[in-house]
Design a protein around this ligand. Structure first.
Ligand SMILES: [Ca+2]
Ligand SMILES: [Ca+2]
Ligand SMILES: [Ca+2]
Length: 465
């Protein structure tokens, strides 16, 4: 009796909450606000993964994999990080391998070592369907108490960009003998690309201070946000071999000494600068029709500085060629919460925003909110809403898959996690049953290609001894 009344209470509260979500007017578009994930440790990176899940790093040393429909998550990696992640160092940027179906690997940057002195590692892990395993360290840098970067971005040419901070030693930024204060470019196996601008060097740009935002824009343009010291936070376009001026130049080349240095060193100026600093962070290029007012813009997370006095999500509207910013709109400052990163749902155009509290260096409360245009999302038949059920899982003799919605006619392919194609065919019924008795023990995933989009689901096969 007591249990029943608790359950009824919970159901009532949930239905009340569902009808009372806050909304935001963006021109003629209404966004509904949802608290997708609360109570987790401090978020640093959020991204939409190729498995149609939201992935998050916590600076405290965790990677979470989040179901975007429910907010439920699992912790898929835990590392001991410098000073427990109680400052700027910790677990930072993350990126996914672009050939996820055959090479499900995840790149992660984290700082480890003694409390304020250690190393920064760029590592790659295998995703086994349950957790991140088989760490391989691709690159080791110095880590410091401050200015460790680091965002990651996979480019269309299958190379990886990594922003490396100056670790508080600003003279390193102009030295081509140091990897600090740079943007670095690697092949996905960790080797140096043959066409990098400096021979046998990871360095792609130099003269950077502490860049913590990277995004791919239109026409292959690469955007980066970069923290200034007290003035001149920067928004840059990344050019191979470019010198971005730090520490001799802050922001534009607009003082006499800066102008001399800029002419002699061909310094690349930012396309926008903010004075005083607002603490610019994670960025994404937005061009989804769900929010027409934000199309062809960069969404910029703003931490707001030490006291979060300028915190917000900025929408940087771009010129047609993407090479300049025409205007800036500001949203969500009324939360009085630092915004660390942003991610986009490719189906519904929803925007996910990671908040981490009211003061430097991020003390919570930690929350990922979703801002969704319900009018658009309700018309989407994207595979995100076609939840797959695989059972029994793990299986031995056979496995059955059921999907919400009618997916007859879809092509399916089953891969092992070593990348081999195990089975393929066409779905002729409302469900799919596969014989697995000849398949070795291990993790597998099935990929479904349908006119409505692509869907993948992982499962396990366990055979007796
Ligand atoms: Ca991100
Ligand atoms: Ca600069
Ligand atoms: Ca300047």
């Amino acid at each position: 009796m007591k249990l029943k009344s608790i359950l009824l209470g919970a159901i009532t509260a949930a239905s009340v909450a569902a009808t009372a979500q806050p909304t935001w007017e963006i021109g003629s578009t209404t966004l509904t606000e949802y608290d997708l994930v609360t109570g987790m440790q401090l978020p640093w990176e959020i991204l939409w993964g190729p498995d149609d899940h939201l992935w998050m790093t916590s600076r405290k040393g965790e990677v979470l994999r989040i179901d975007p429909a429910t907010g439920d998550y699992t912790t898929v990696l835990e590392k001991n990080v410098m000073n427990g992640g109680n400052g700027e160092p910790g677990m930072l940027g993350m990126a996914m391998h672009p050939d996820w179906e055959t090479t499900p690997k995840v790149f992660v940057v984290y700082c480890a070592g003694s409390s304020w002195n250690g190393q920064e590692y760029l590592s790659v892990f295998d995703w086994d369907g349950t957790e991140l395993v088989n760490e391989e360290i691709l690159l080791t840098l110095d880590a410091g108490g401050i200015h460790n970067g680091s965002r990651l971005l996979v480019l269309p040419d299958n190379t990886l960009l990594m922003t490396a901070g100056d670790v508080g030693a600003s003279s390193l930024s102009q030295s081509l003998n140091s990897l600090q204060g740079k943007t670095l470019r690697l092949n996905l196996d960790g080797s140096i690309p043959a066409d990098n601008p400096f021979p046998d060097s990871y360095i792609y740009t130099f003269g950077n201070r502490n860049s913590q935002g990277l995004a791919l824009g239109p026409n292959g343009i690469i955007y980066a946000s970069e923290h200034g010291q007290n003035s001149n936070d920067e928004f840059n376009i990344i050019e191979a071999g470019g010198n971005y001026g730090w520490p001799q130049v802050e922001g534009y080349c607009n003082t006499a000494s800066e102008q001399n240095f800029c002419e002699e060193n061909d310094v690349v100026e930012p396309i926008k600068a903010w004075t005083p600093c607002i603490a610019v962070n994670g960025i994404e290029y937005y061009n989804h029709e769900a929010i027409p007012e934000w199309q062809h813009s960069v969404l910029l997370s703003v931490l707001g500085g030490l006291g979060a006095q300028y915190e917000r999500l900025s929408v940087l509207h771009l010129s047609e060629d993407g090479l300049s910013i025409t205007s800036e709109d500001q949203y969500f400052s009324s939360f009085n919460q630092r915004i660390r990163d942003v991610a986009i749902n490719p189906y519904t155009g929803s925007v996910y925003v990671a908040f981490n509290g009211t003061s430097y260096p991020g003390n919570g409360p930690n929350i990922i909110k979703e801002f969704r245009n319900e009018a658009f999302a309700s018309s989407v038949e994207g595979p995100e809403y076609l939840q797959a059920v695989a059972y029994p899982n793990p299986c031995s003799e056979s496995i059955r898959f059921d999907w919400d919605g009618n997916l007859q006619g879809a092509e399916f392919t089953v891969f092992s996690f070593s990348g081999q194609t195990i089975a393929r065919g066409t779905i002729n019924d409302a469900f799919l049953q596969l014989e697995t008795s000849e398949w070795p023990t291990g993790s597998y995933f099935i990929r479904l290609d349908h006119a409505k989009g692509m869907r993948t689901t992982t499962f396990q096969v366990v055979q007796g001894e």
